[in-house]
Design a protein around this ligand. Structure first.
Ligand code: KG4
Ligand code: ZN
Length: 406
C-alpha cells in the first residue's frame, strides 16, 4: 500500500527545463472557488516559482459574509492581471507551461466559472492540457509538496475549512475515501459566525481578520480559560461525523447571557471575551480530537497503515490554528502517528495547492491520458470523494479511551 515518494522528475519534451541534472515541468494553478483569486506556478520538484493571491476578504467583511455575484465580479476584474503578474514573477513564457490546473469543484458556482472559463481560454490559446481539480483534494495533497520524501500514501487527513469538515483516507489524486464529515456547519464557518456575534470586530486589531484567527489570538490573553464550558457534540454517535451547530448555538446563548449581565451596549463587546474565546477554542479542539481519534483507530483496525508509518495530515484554513494543530499532533503522538500540516501560507486557499494537485495528476496518470476534451470539463458546486466508508465506520462502533486536550 505504501507508495514510495513520487519521482522527482517528469519527462515532458518541449515544456521542460534542465536544472542541473533534473528535468522539471511547470504547471499553472488557478483557484477561484470562493473569495480568493489565486494563481501560481509550481514545478514537478515542488518548487514554487510564482504565487499571486488576491483576497476579497476586506470587501466581504464589510457585509458580514460573501456575496456571490460580487465575488464573481471581483474575480473577473482581477484574474487576467493576476495571471500576468504570475508569469512575470516566475520569469516564464506561457509556452513553457506543461499544463493548466483549475479548481472545478466544490465551491461557489459563480466563482468557479470565472476560473474555469479563463483556464479554458488559456488552454486553447496555448495548446495545453487542462487539469480539473477538486478543491478539497488539493487541500489534502498540498502537504506533500513540501514534504515529498516524508509523506507517502496512504494517510489520514482532517480537512477543516470555512466550508468543510471532513476526515478522509488519501491514496492519491482522485483516490480519497470519506470517513466522516460535518452534519451542519464547518468549523471555520462556526468561528466566523461566533466571532461576528461576539463583535470581535469592534476591537481595531481584529477588524479585518477572519473569525478563526481573531478567536485564536483573543484566547491567548484569557485569565480564566475554564469560565465557559460547552457540551461535547455527538458524544453518543460512534462514527466520525462532526457537528458545530450546537457549539454555535451555545455560544450565542452564552454571549447573550453575559451581555445582559453586563448591560453591554449594542455596539460593545463583553469584558471577558478572551475567556470566552479560550473556551470556544477548547470545545472545537476537543470535538475535532474525538472524531479524529476514532478515525485513527478505524484505520489501524483496517490495517491501513500496515506497510507505512501512520500519518495524520491536517489541512484547510482552520489548520492555521496552532492550538488545534498542537492538540491533534498530541493525539497522533499517542498512536505513534506523525502529524503534519502545510506551511501556514498554504493552509488557506491559494493557487499553489491547485498547481500541485495538477502535478500529482501528471505524476499519477502520465501526460497523454490527460488530454481530455476541454469542453467536457465543467464546474460542480458540491462534490464528494471517490469512495465513502462513513457507514462502515459507524458499523464498526469503535469505542475509544479518549485522549485529553493539552
Ligand atoms: O480553507 P479556507 O481558506 O477557505 C475555505 O475553503 O473555506 O478556510 C477559511 C476559514 C475561515 O472560516 C477562517 O475563519 C478559518 O479558515 N481560519 C482559522 C484560522 N485562520 C483561518 N480558523 C481558526 N484559526 C485560525 N488561525
Ligand atoms: Zn479551501
Amino acid at each position: 500500500m505504501y507508495a514510495a515518494a513520487v519521482p522527482q522528475l517528469l519527462r515532458c519534451p518541449g515544456a521542460s527545463r534542465h536544472t542541473g541534472k533534473r528535468l522539471v515541468s511547470y504547471v499553472l494553478g488557478i483557484e477561484t472557488s470562493c473569495d480568493d483569486t489565486g494563481i501560481a506556478i509550481v514545478d514537478t520538484t515542488g518548487r514554487v516559482h510564482a504565487n499571486v493571491l488576491e483576497s476579497q476578504q476586506q470587501f466581504h467583511t464589510r457585509y458580514g459574509g460573501i456575496i456571490p455575484p460580487r465575488a464573481q465580479d471581483l474575480h473577473r476584474a482581477r484574474i487576467e492581471n493576476a495571471y500576468e503578474r504570475c508569469l512575470e514573477q516566475a520569469q516564464l513564457q506561457p509556452e513553457q507551461l506543461e499544463a493548466i490546473a483549475v479548481t472545478t469543484r466544490p465551491g461557489l458556482p459563480l466563482s468557479l466559472i470565472v476560473g474555469l472559463r479563463f483556464a479554458r481560454h488559456l488552454a486553447r490559446r496555448e495548446h495545453k492540457p487542462l487539469l480539473p481539480v477538486h478543491h478539497m483534494e488539493a487541500h489534502a495533497l498540498q502537504v506533500r509538496m513540501e514534504q515529498l520524501t516524508e509523506i507517502g500514501y496512504p494517510y489520514l487527513c482532517l480537512l477543516i475549512s470555512g466550508g468543510h469538515c471532513q476526515l478522509a483516507v488519501v491514496q492519491g489524486p482522485g483516490r480519497l475515501t470519506l470517513l466522516g464529515e460535518t452534519l451542519d456547519d464547518a468549523p471555520g464557518e462556526a468561528f466566523d459566525k461566533i466571532a461576528r456575534r461576539l463583535r470581535l470586530y469592534v476591537l481595531p486589531q481584529y477588524r479585518l481578520w477572519n473569525g478563526g484567527r481573531a478567536v485564536e489570538h483573543a484566547a491567548q490573553t484569557a485569565r480564566q480559560p475554564a469560565a465557559y464550558e460547552f457540551p461535547l457534540p455527538l458524544s453518543r454517535q460512534r462514527d466520525c461525523n462532526f457537528s458545530f451547530a450546537g457549539i454555535k448555538n451555545n455560544s450565542f446563548r452564552a454571549i447573550r447571557k453575559q451581555e445582559l449581565a453586563e448591560r453591554t451596549p449594542p455596539d460593545g463587546i463583553i469584558s471577558n471575551y478572551d475567556d470566552f474565546c479560550a473556551g470556544l477554542l477548547r470545545a472545537v479542539s476537543r470535538h475535532l480530537m474525538h472524531r479524529t481519534q476514532r478515525a485513527l483507530e478505524y484505520c489501524l483496525q483496517q490495517g491501513l497503515f500496515d506497510a507505512a508509518p501512520p500519518t495524520l495530515v491536517i489541512s484547510g484554513g482552520v489548520a492555521n490554528n496552532d492550538v488545534i494543530f498542537a492538540n491533534l499532533a498530541h493525539l497522533a503522538a499517542q498512536y505513534n502517528c506523525r502529524a503534519f500540516r502545510p506551511s501556514k501560507r498554504y493552509c488557506s486557499d491559494n493557487g499553489v495547492m491547485i498547481a500541485w494537485h495538477g502535478i500529482e495528476q501528471l505524476l499519477q496518470n502520465g501526460q497523454y491520458s490527460l488530454r481530455r476534451d476541454i469542453d467536457c470539463i465543467d464546474i460542480a458546486g458540491s462534490a464528494g470523494f471517490q469512495h465513502t466508508a462513513v457507514n462502515d465506520v459507524a458499523l464498526a462502533g469503535i469505542k475509544c479511551k479518549w485522549i485529553k486536550p493539552l
